[in-house]
Ligand binder design. Structure first.
Ligand code: ATP
Ligand code: MG
Ligand code: FE
Length: 347
């Protein structure tokens, strides 16, 4: 099945074509992401109305470009998948409106995809994909969750952040040390030049039992350390390194605990912070030591993209699931309420 995927939940317009067929051309046929970062940079954060308008401007050209890159025409498409939530309501409506209209005009089935399920399933697009049951760590700009994946579509929340998401903590920490928006990836790059151990920050909520997280206190610790420092470039890098070490350590401790609780050794990691080199190395190491493995998407598929939506949508379309004809979005949406994906007979 050849599925067009459309992602517009926040500030990235993502489009992709995923082919579930068994031919040599199967897999991810093409994907393109247009990031609105420059548009929102002067405001220091995403402005919802500007985001919606930019999706309107960019979505159709990006669909044409992606189809051309895949060497396909609209007539080759067999299904349409779009992000229906969670996210910014106006931004979601742009993607849902275009996806539903295309599906209606081309007489194709369409399916509404949960953005975090998209992230969660992205590692399954890579070679040698893991099979459930496994534990998933979702670490993005808006979420930090540990999820038990009993089957595709059957998700149980094991723990989540009580305040800032890990990506949000990266971005806010970068901002308070004067890095331009969105600073997460830049903070991570800076940490590479830092001296490990010159600063040390706490590993929040790791001493008590449980799988929840809290990252907002860490930001305050950084703020105090930075305020009382010489504010040199070297110090900024040293603090960045200490912050990254604290986040990576905290995530690794909780992931290991979640694997113990779930009684399994396969960890799947997704979301923007999953692109972090040090986190990847640390979790590979942790899972390997217990005889299991950690599975990640390639870094470009950790952050928002249309490929993960095309892929998750293709699994649901092949299982016979369909969205109603209405242009409907769900800005707040609990992943645990999703139906399980039960493969249809004969596929
Ligand atoms: P959500 O998926 O929860 O709705 P989102 O879609 O905005 O949020 P993503 O696109 O998955 O989030 O990820 C973006 C986040 O990932 C940002 O907070 C960014 O700082 C962070 N991020 C990206 N690359 C890195 C990196 N190398 N190290 C640390 N953080 C990173
Ligand atoms: Mg984004
Ligand atoms: Fe995301």
């Amino acid at each position: 099945m050849i599925v067009l995927g459309i992602e517009t939940s926040c500030d990235e317009t993502g489009v992709a074509v995923y082919d579930t067929g068994r031919t040599g051309a199967a897999g991810l046929r093409a994907h393109a992401v247009y990031s609105q970062i420059a548009l929102h940079a002067e405001y220091g954060g995403v402005v919802p109305e500007l985001a919606s308008r930019d999706h309107v401007r960019k979505l159709l050209p990006l669909i044409r470009q992606t189809l051309a890159e895949a060497g396909l025409g609209v007539g080759d498409l067999e299904g349409v998948a779009y992000t229906a939530g969670p996210g910014l309501v106006g931004a979601l409506l742009v993607g849902a409106g275009v996806a539903r209209s295309l599906a209606w005009a081309l007489e194709l089935p369409a399916v509404a995809v949960h953005h975090m399920e998209g992230h969660l399933l992205a590692p399954l697009m890579e070679d040698d994909p893991p099979e459930p049951p496994f534990v998933a760590l979702l670490v993005s700009g808006g979420h930090t969750q540990l999820v038990a994946v009993d089957a595709i579509g059957r998700y149980r929340l094991l723990g989540e952040t009580l305040d800032d998401a890990a990506g949000e903590a990266f971005d806010k920490t970068a901002k308070l040390m004067g890095l331009p928006y969105p600073g997460g990836p830049q903070l991570a790059a800076l940490a590479e030049a830092g001296t490990p151990g010159r600063y040390r920050f706490p590993r929040p909520m790791t001493r008590r039992p449980g799988l929840d997280f809290s990252f907002s206190g860490l930001k305050t610790q950084v703020m105090l350390a930075w305020r009382d420092s010489d504010r040199s470039d070297a110090t900024r890098a040293d603090i960045a390194r200490a912050f990254e070490d604290a986040v990576v350590d905290t995530l690794a401790i909780k992931c290991e605990r979640a694997l113990d609780e779930a009684g399994c050794d396969t960890l799947v990691v997704a979301g923007g912070v999953g692109a972090n080199t040090r986190l990847r190395a640390r979790l590979h190491d942790m899972a390997g030591k217990r005889g299991g493995r950690a599975c990640f998407p390639r870094p470009e598929l950790c952050t928002d993209n249309g490929a993960m939506i095309a892929f998750a949508g293709a699994l649901r379309l092949e299982a016979g699931q369909r969205a109603s004809d209405a242009v409907h979005v769900t800005p707040r949406w609990d992943m645990a309420t999703l139906p399980e994906v039960v493969p249809a007979h004969g596929s």
